[in-house]
Design a protein around this ligand. Structure first.
Ligand SMILES: [Zn+2]
Length: 71
């Protein structure tokens, strides 16, 4: 027979991770391009003003990948 406490714990775990996931999504939406679309790191304001939506590292990584595909 299933332990009621275990069931309750599973339920709470699910609810908590769902709520946390939603909070994170909301934060990303609100922050918009303030944070990197790839890794969630903050993008420097000067960079943001230039219209970049990725941090320096991810942009470089993207470029590297693109050039790999281009070959
Ligand atoms: Zn990034």
């Amino acid at each position: 027979m299933a332990d009621e406490a275990d069931i309750a714990n599973d339920f709470i775990d699910n609810e908590v991770s769902r709520a946390l996931g939603k909070l994170r999504q909301d934060a990303v939406k609100k922050a918009g391009p303030k944070i990197c679309g790839e890794c969630g790191e903050k993008i420097p304001e000067a960079r943001r003003k230039l219209g970049f939506q990725l941090c320096v590292e991810c942009a470089e990584e993207n470029e590297r990948r693109k050039s790999l595909f281009a070959d």
